[in-house]
Design a protein around this ligand. Structure first.
Ligand code: DP6
Length: 333
């Protein structure tokens, strides 16, 4: 059977996905909206073969053990079941990140895996079908099928929950995102575990669901009218609202570290100094700052006064998933 390969870029949510209505199908409690970025991507190749008696997964050149292969194998089980494929597969995946600071993302990883499987099996999926498939690997991956802004419409069943590209007249080309890579002294709570705990126990979760619907309307209006202030203010409040839910969970937790707060405060200071910029954060301590391209150098220079240069990565809007020529696919002995 032939090899399939794909490259997918990571995306950062401006309106967050936080909580599932169905864990098995990965149907979210709320719709979300993201920007796909150019600086971080994953290239994955998949080869189904009857020579193997188990899936074999190489990540960044290293053969992964059974535990490390579990997420990939569960996704392949789904594919095998859905498309009646009897073989195991060899999967080769490489994360392209500007620094080694743990920026690998499940969004780019699972989107690339879905694209590579679809190519290997010649499934001829539409972008919408590919988005539904990627969603089953990791929710946020369904948004990485599209470049620029994308909205994951929550739906209420397997075939009604997928991402769509948001028309933007290429406005995203005027935007940038500065990543502040912050040391994590705390024990990680994965996004999957964190959102589950929050849905099940947070006294603030109802408030999140009420607020996020309005935030999404504002963000889409901001994109339609190219209103940077509205987009930034909405994204920043939405991130704070998501993170507030974790403090109301049992047991409570937070993804913030002292340096996350330092970065957030610096964003506020930059605004007072006349650089319009807004932060967002995901299930980890890194801070991402939305800024207009024309101000990106000034913002980066300002952050370089307080952080090491190797903690700073500037990204721009990136493309949707690319199916690669199998000649270009990567193999290891
Ligand atoms: C905070 O997509 O990693 O980044 O669906 O369980 O795989 P699973 O979760 P994942 O969660 C991402 C959560 C977030 C917000 C977002 O990207 O929308």
């Amino acid at each position: 059977m032939s090899i399939g390969a794909a490259r997918a870029y990571t995306n950062i949510a401006l309106i967050k996905y936080w909580g599932k209505q169905d864990e098995q199908l990965i149907l979210p409690m709320n719709s979300s909206l993201s920007l796909t970025l150019d600086a971080f991507y994953t290239e994955t190749s998949v080869r189904f073969t009857s020579e193997l008696t188990a899936d074999r997964f190489y990540l960044d050149g290293q053969l992964q053990n059974e535990k490390q292969t579990k997420k990939v194998s569960s996704f392949l089980d789904l594919i095998r079941h859905k498309y009646d494929v009897p073989q195991f597969a060899e999967i080769t995946s490489n994360n392209f990140v500007p620094t080694a600071a743990g920026l690998a993302s499940s969004a780019s990883g699972l989107a690339a895996l879905a694209g590579a499987c679809s190519a290997a099996l010649d499934l001829s999926l539409s972008p919408t079908e590919l988005s539904m498939l990627a969603r089953r690997g990791s929710g946020s991956a369904c948004r990485s099928i599209f470049g620029g802004f994308s909205e994951w419409q929550k739906g209420d069943s397997d075939t009604t929950s997928y991402a769509v590209q948001i028309p933007s007249d290429s406005w995203e080309q005027e935007l940038a995102m500065l990543f502040i890579l912050v040391d994590d002294a705390q024990k990680d709570v994965s996004s999957r575990d964190g959102m589950k705990r929050t849905v099940e126990t947070s006294v603030f979760y109802e408030g999140w669901l009420t607020a996020v619907a309005d935030d999404l309307v504002s963000a889409k209006q901001a994109i339609a009218t190219k209103d940077f202030t509205l987009l930034g203010e909405t994204a920043e409040s939405n991130a704070l609202r998501m993170h507030a839910t974790t403090l109301g969970a049992t047991p409570p937790f937070t993804y913030w570290s002292p340096d996350s707060l330092k970065a957030m405060n610096l964003v506020r200071a930059c605004r007072l100094e006349g650089i319009p910029c807004y932060f967002t954060m995901d299930a980890g301590p890194n801070v991402k700052v939305l800024v207009q391209k024309k101000d990106a150098d000034r913002l980066t220079a300002r952050f370089a006064e307080e952080f090491n240069e190797n903690q700073l990565v500037l990204a721009h809007a990136g493309p949707g998933i690319e199916i690669l020529d199998s000649e270009r696919s990567l193999t290891y002995d």
